[in-house]
Design a protein around this ligand. Sequence first.
Ligand code: NAP
Length: 318
Amino acid sequence: MAPGNSENNPMFKRMALIGIGLIGSSISHAARRAGLVSEIVCSSLTAEERERAEKLGLATKAYPDPIDAVKGADIVILCTPVGAFQEIAEAIGPHLERGAIVSDVGSVKGAAVRDIAPHIPDGVHFIAGHPIAGTEQSGPDAGFAELFDGRWCILTPGPDADPKALAKLEEFWRQLGSNVELMTPEHHDLVLAITSHVPHLIAYNIVNTAAHLERVTDSEVIKFSAAGFRDFTRIAASDPVMWRDVFLNNKEAVLEMLGRFSEDLVALQRAIRFGDGSTLERTFADARAIRRGIIQAGQDTAQPDFGRGAARARKGSD
Ligand code: NAP
């Protein structure tokens, strides 16, 4: 076993997870699977979540106040919605251990750096991060150890980031199962605007459009949802607070990508109006090629129905 990842020689002595929802709890599962830390503690706002976190063994102690969680921690990861980062960073800043690594998992990186970095004292290493892995579920019960396996984790170190701390955080994410890529926060936010943020906005919008139709009943929308609508509803089931914060904090990049999207949509609208079959066919063929590329890159399965049938069969349920 590689040094630093056995029960006897963990990479970190105390990991503090601030927020213990889907991503925080999955980090806990994966870190314990790999034996990366001696002790895991967390903080969460609600008593119910703290109780679940301790009961599920995600943390030996779940605190209401993040200040108590970070005391003595050599790695601290903010796993709350992005909108909470500034207040949390301001509170924990004076209580961070010298030499500790502070990171986050927020879906927007420019705002994370803006809100966290000013509160990190000298001698503490802040490197922002974002695991490109998730589900539409939330809360401490939603996490699982395999969430990050084979997925990418993007780290956005500043120009002055400590090379040793960066190498350690990269290794931490690899041990959690991820591949790691480095980029600037600005580039991250542009890439994620088109690969994640705009698709979620479209899903939220189409589900609401269908819900408000007058000539199609709600029961018909649900009954015939397998025609395509169903896949949008899965994405639109994601946590509303998390996504509110994503759009409030990645405004510029989302608006830029939304502009491009709207122009392309109008081009398709014209092709339909004027019966331009070749444009429609070419556009759909190009899109299909992208899907094949994602499967070849191991980022999804080629199973029909997005692998749902196979997953159900493996679990033995219907
Ligand atoms: P989640 O399941 O809803 O969990 C959020 C956690 O944050 C909960 O434990 C919540 O505790 C806590 N929290 C909220 N406000 C807080 C505050 N002010 N102070 C302390 N704790 C607070 O969300 P998630 O899906 O794990 O997302 C967490 C972060 O990961 C977000 O920044 C998101 O952008 C990012 N992310 C999400 C995904 C995804 O697919 N879901 C993927 C990659 C990254 P209470 O319920 O007790 O308030």
